[in-house]
Design a protein around this ligand. Structure first.
Ligand SMILES: [Zn+2]
Length: 315
């Protein structure tokens, strides 16, 4: 590579893409040939009452030579059973690809798509084998389950003469399970206080003000406790305040919070008080009357909240 170093990401991509076109599972025969007892169990379990699967007479009345297997059983004829899949064996190319995906963090799997194309109906006595070839491995995609890669393979089902009886395009998502971060409990937002949370979302700490007597109030409410007026607007707080009171919460722990958790009543320079969290300070260093200033916590994409930290610089 004439002095150029390949990034680890590019090297990984190359190893992954090397599987495209390769045989993951070589032509592997099923345990039993197509047979009536298995068809009987299948149609009973599925509640499929089409007579062409069990009655030779009914099948002949449709122009067939005799009974046929339901198309939906195709995969069943090539399944090896629980014992075979759990028996010790040398790693197959399939095992190796799964290990390589796990190396990239894609440890979870979910089937996303199965597209069958049937070329002829199966009849009792058919011996079916299947071969699986990798068609594509997508770049990493963001999905609701987590970042992952779509692995598409083509399975070809063949009879004893090697003639293809069906092909199946099989797509799975191999993904990195998204670490679910616990969210802070949702505040009880209602028509009387939604303006306050909407302003917080824009990083503005507002205080409700009576338009009749100009008294400030918090928490928000529809009516002025001083003059009973329902007419109000807001002022934007300076962000300066002092610790009026505080507690250090240890229990019960909630996964959205870090402990010890400092919960304080901060008195704003404007005169109203609010319940908030103190940040950037150890519990032992908090003192009543301590000057604090406003900061913002982006708790999650839906929730921005005011928090307060000690004033460190002397004015
Ligand atoms: Zn008032």
């Amino acid at each position: 590579m004439s002095g150029e170093q390949m990034t680890p990401e590019a090297a990984y991509e190359q190893r992954l893409q090397a599987y495209v076109g390769s045989v993951l599972v070589p032509g592997r025969p099923g345990q039993d040939p197509v047979n009536v007892p298995m068809i009987r169990h299948w149609v009973e379990a599925m509640g499929d009452v089409n007579p062409v699967y069990l009655s030779a007479e009914a099948a002949r009345a449709t122009g067939r030579d005799g009974v046929v297997a339901p198309a939906s059983m195709m995969q069943a004829w090539t399944m090896r059973g629980y014992a075979a899949t759990t028996a010790p064996h040398d790693p197959t190319p399939f095992d190796e690809l799964v290990a390589l995906l796990a190396e990239g963090g894609y440890t979870s799997v979910v089937a996303t798509d199965s597209e069958f194309e049937f070329h002829r109906e199966l009849v009792p006595g058919d011996e079916i084998s299947t071969e699986e070839v990798v068609e594509s491995i997508s770049p990493e995609k963001r999905t609701g389950l987590g970042a992952g890669r779509f692995v598409t393979t083509v399975r070809t089902y063949r009879d004893a003469s090697g003639t293809a009886v069906a092909t199946q395009k099989w797509r799975t998502l191999r993904f990195r399970p998204a670490a679910k971060k616990a969210l802070r409990p949702r505040p009880a937002v209602n028509q009387d206080n939604e303006f306050w949370f909407a302003a917080a979302k824009e990083r503005r700490l507002v205080v409700q003000r009576c338009r009749s007597c100009e008294t400030l109030r918090h928490p928000p409410g529809p009516c002025c406790p001083h003059c009973q007026s329902f007419d109000w607007d807001t002022v934007t707080a300076s962000g300066r305040g002092t610790v009026y009171s505080y507690v250090v919460a240890h229990h019960p722990p909630h996964p959205a919070f870090e402990y010890p958790l400092l919960i304080a009543v901060v008195e704003l320079a404007e005169g109203t008080r609010l319940i908030t969290n103190l940040v950037g300070v150890a519990p032992d260093d908090v003192a009543i009357g301590m000057p604090v200033r406003l900061d913002w916590l982006e708790a999650d994409p839906e929730l921005t909240l005011p928090v307060f930290r000690p004033v460190t610089d002397r004015p």
